[in-house]
Write a protein that binds this ligand. Structure first.
Ligand code: 2AM
Length: 183
């Protein structure tokens, strides 16, 4: 299964912040295509294709991590040429977020896929952005999210996979396999 760890940003206390970010994402019509509302997340570690037999050990190892909760503020928007996305970014990512991501990227059970870029926490809002699409994006309203838990998610390895859940527009949804609490 294609797996990644992410902040789902779905804690009850985040409802207003999440709704505002969703509204901002959906307002940028004409700039690529919006990710489904339910898929909004901040990736902590992308593991790639992990054999099912590893999943229980992965969960047990992560369950034992005792790492602190924190909050993040998404206040800036960026357009990245590779991959072609619009994303919300954090002006100052907290150390606890960077430490959590580092732990999850370097698990001996299944280390994350090597990435040539430094880890830059971001929340992807739109994909398939073209070069001249994204000039003059409106500034997003700064949104603060409490991060009290994170999840292990499955993403479809193939868009034609019929077993994956989809939204009412037929877009594939990520599946949360397990949630982990921060202290
Ligand atoms: P994103 O965080 O920029 O949106 C599932 O594919 C999630 O893992 C996506 O959210 C995706 O990007 C993130 N991801 C990170 N590295 C990836 C990679 N090499 N291939 C696919 N997805 C990756």
């Amino acid at each position: 299964m294609r797996l990644f760890f992410a902040l789902g940003l779905e804690e009850g206390i985040n409802q207003t912040a999440r709704a505002q970010l969703v509204a901002y994402k959906n307002r940028l019509s004409g700039v690529g295509h919006a990710v489904p509302d339910q898929n909004l997340h901040l990736t902590l570690a992308f593991l790639g294709d992990v054999p099912d037999a590893y999943i229980p050990r992965l969960q047990a190892t992560v369950q034992d991590l005792q790492l602190p909760a924190f909050s993040i503020t998404a206040s800036t928007v960026e357009v990245w040429a590779q991959p072609r996305i619009v994303c919300a970014t954090l002006a100052s990512p907290p150390q606890a977020l960077l430490a959590l991501a580092h732990h999850l990227q370097t698990l001996p059970v299944w280390p994350a896929k090597a990435d040539s870029h430094a880890f830059t926490p971001h929340i992807t809002l739109r994909r398939g952005v073209k070069d001249d699409d994204a000039l003059d994006l409106p500034t997003p309203p700064a949104q603060t999210f409490a991060c009290q838990r994170f999840g292990l998610y499955a993403s479809p390895s193939s868009s034609s996979d019929e077993s994956i859940p989809r939204d009412n527009e037929g877009r594939a949804l990520y599946q949360c396999l397990h949630q982990f609490s921060l202290c």
